[in-house]
Design a protein around this ligand. Structure first.
Ligand SMILES: *Cc1c(COP(=O)(O)O)cnc(C)c1O
Length: 442
């Protein structure tokens, strides 16, 4: 399965043709190996140009929950393409977007009910920020405009969302201007309410800045791309109480945690907390088409109702409510509905927990964290094996490389079967034992 990974058949003409012209994401072009050329994919597997199959350990950045080329997803997109691909959402409506908004609202606890569709997660977070700030501006409190975010956070790659990401450890270190008095406030996220010092500091910051705070944003239960760090649901209930006490909006960024990744459909369900705005994305279309949304509560929405036209939410992406993407989202939600999605993830959690437990004994392993269909192994910075090493063992795995740690993680398709899960586990255990276990680093 793995022998030919470096052969020339992995350099198809189209890859060679594009190489001088394609600017890749988060890529140091001077040193990075060429990307792996994918020609098709099925189930949990990526098929490379030489026929090699790799099990995808990260499900295309957590999106491909049902696996690749699922016939129901493909046919929903094909059928919609035959009817209506896209119309601008300004002044026009279509069935796919209307019914999708109603369906998503129906899945979320009341009073979360107003869905704003966008084309990417970062933009969904931008819209959530705008909703909170403009709600205060519309109701005569424009000074409430700052947002509190947490160390270890990741909320996207656009400028406002980068400013919310971890200022020291995140991928956007170069862009953070901590001296900007109007920028976001960054606070340490208590892992639990037992962390008295962190809770006290948080309470103090919120009280001191309440007059200028529009919102608090958090990835509930799991901080994802910023390091796969978990916290207690009780922390989220505490945040809700703090926001209520100080008239601050609470934003849950569930772009990564939504749609059963951690077990429950949404982390807010597990926590029993209703935020003012929740953002969704990633697995929404099952890894097929770009779509995300911000969903707001009724009372927040009503802050935008006025005779004054300028009180309207000032946002409207060109591809808002794209009909193909909405049809794909419906099909993805149908697929979640068709199985016991919670039980399926619980089963993956059990298998990952058992299989990865032995890694704790390796001297270089700082921590092993498993929740739902997410497993993370934390290592000292600069020590995680490369993607090429994992690929040689039949898996596509892309470690997070932060300033304070390397984090090797698995977020496989929820639908992964035992054979493919064993490939991932074997690759992880094998590569870490061989490379890191001996303390040899890279
Ligand atoms: C991926 C992610 C985003 C950004 O979504 P994009 O679609 O990549 O813009 C924002 N927040 C969280 C929690 C994410 O995991």
């Amino acid at each position: 399965m793995t022998s030919s990974l470096s052969s020339s058949s992995l350099s198809p003409d189209w890859l060679v043709q594009g190489a001088p012209h394609v600017w890749r994401p988060y890529c140091q072009h001077q040193t990075a190996p060429p990307p792996l050329p994918v020609v098709t994919a099925h189930g949990s597997r990526l098929v490379l140009s030489d026929g090699t199959e790799l099990v995808d350990g990260i499900a295309s950045w957590w999106t491909a929950a049902h696996g690749y080329q699922h016939p129901q997803l493909v046919s929903a997109i094909q059928q919609q393409a035959g009817r209506l691909c896209h119309v601008a959402f300004g002044g026009l409506a279509h069935a796919q977007a209307s019914t999708l908004c109603a369906r998503l609202a129906g899945m979320l606890p009341a009073p979360l009910s107003r869905v704003f569709l966008v084309e990417s997660g970062s933009v969904a977070v931008e819209v959530a920020l705008k909703m909170c700030r403009q709600a205060f501006a519309n109701t005569g409190r424009p000074q409430k405009r700052r947002v509190l975010a947490f160390e270890g956070a990741y909320h996207g790659d656009t400028f406002a969302t980068m400013a919310l990401c971890d200022p020291h450890d995140g991928m956007h270190r170069a862009f953070v201007d901590l001296d900007d008095p109007r920028g976001p406030l960054h606070v340490h996220l208590p892992a639990s309410l037992d962390d008295r010092a962190a809770v006290a500091a948080l309470d103090g910051v919120v009280a001191a800045h309440a007059h200028e705070l529009a919102g608090i944003i958090v990835e509930p239960l799991l901080q994802g791309a910023g390091g796969m760090r978990l916290h207690d649901a009780s922390v989220l209930r505490h945040l809700r109480a703090l926001c209520d006490a100080h008239d601050v909006k609470l934003i849950f960024d569930e772009i990564a945690t939504g749609f059963f990744r951690l077990g429950a459909r949404f982390a807010l369900d597990e926590a029993g907390v209703v935020p003012d705005v929740v953002t969704l994305g990633k697995a929404l279309t099952g890894g097929t088409l770009p779509l995300a949304c911000a969903v707001a509560r009724d009372d927040l929405f009503s802050c935008f109702l006025a005779d004054d036209a300028s009180h309207a939410l000032q946002h409207g992406p060109t591809y808002m409510g794209n009909a193909l993407a909405c049809a794909a989202a419906h099909a993805s939600l149908d697929l979640f509905d068709a199985v016991d999605a919670v039980a399926r993830v619980r089963r993956l959690e059990g298998r990952l927990r058992d299989a990865l437990a032995p890694l704790r004994a390796l001297p270089m392993v700082r921590d092993v964290r498993v929740k739902g269909a997410m497993a993370a192994v934390e290592l000292p910075p600069g020590t995680a094996p490369s993607s090429t090493t994992f690929a040689a063992r039949g898996a596509f795995i892309r470690p997070l490389r932060l300033a304070s740690a390397d984090v090797v993680y698995l977020t496989p398709p929820h639908s992964i079967d035992d054979v493919d899960l064993d490939v991932l586990i074997g690759a992880l255990l094998g590569a870490l034992t061989a490379e890191v276990g001996g303390g040899r680093g890279r």
